[in-house]
Design a protein around this ligand. Sequence first.
Ligand code: SAM
Length: 208
Amino acid sequence: MEKLEIEGPQSIDSMLINGPHALTYHLISNQITRKMNVKDGIAIDVGAGPASLSIAMARITGLKIYAMDIHPEILRIAQESIKKQMLGNRINPMLGDVHQMPFPDDFADLIFSRGSMFFWKDLTTAFQEIYRVLKPGGSGYIGGGFGSTSVKEKIKKQLKHDSNRSYKSPPKIHIDTFEIAILNAGIRDYTLINDDTGLWALFVKQTN
Ligand SMILES: C[S@@+](CC[C@H](N)C(=O)[O-])C[C@H]1O[C@@H](n2cnc3c(N)ncnc32)[C@H](O)[C@@H]1O
C-alpha cells in the first residue's frame, strides 16, 4: 500500500477494514444501526477515508452508501478496498467537502461520520449541510471514537507493538463546542453521547 499523508494522525493502512481498527468499525456500525434503526435506503459516510465504516455498515444493512471524502487520493484507496470486499454495487466513493456537500436537499436516510469532524473548518456549516441533505425523518450519527475503551486500548497496544505505528490522539473537540454548533445549525431533536463509545451527536431531521 502506498504511503499517503491525509488530515488525521493515523496512517491510512491502519484504517483499512482488515487493519488494527477493524474492531472499531465492527462495533460502531452495530451501534449506529442499533441506535438509529435505519437499515435500508441511502446513506452517506462523511469523511469516509478508506471507507472502512462504509464497508462495515454495508455488511449489516441493505443501505446504498456514498463514501464521501475531501481527499481524491484517499478515495482511490477506498475504491480498491470496496472492490476487494466485493461491495462495488453498494458503496460509491464520492469527492466532496462537508461544508458544501454534493447532494440535493432531503436526499439521505442516514448520514454517519467517524473521526472526521476534528478536521472540519466550520462545525456549524458542516451540521447545516448534513441536516439539509437528510430526508425529513432521516438520521444523523456524527462524531468520533473507538466504540469502547477496551477496543481503544487493544488498538493502541497493537499500533505500539508495530514499531512503525505509534498511536497519536486526534485533536479534541469540547462537548460544549460540539453542542453549540449543533444548536447554531438549527438542529433541535438531538442527543449527545460522551462516554466509552466516544463523542457522538445523534439526531433526526424534523418532518413538517
Ligand atoms: C481520521 S480520518 C477518518 C476516516 C474514517 N472516517 C475512519 O473512521 O476510518 C478523517 C477523514 O476526514 C476527511 N476530511 C477532512 N476534512 C473533510 C471535509 N471538510 N470534508 C470531507 N472529508 C473531510 C479526511 O480526508 C480523512 O479521510
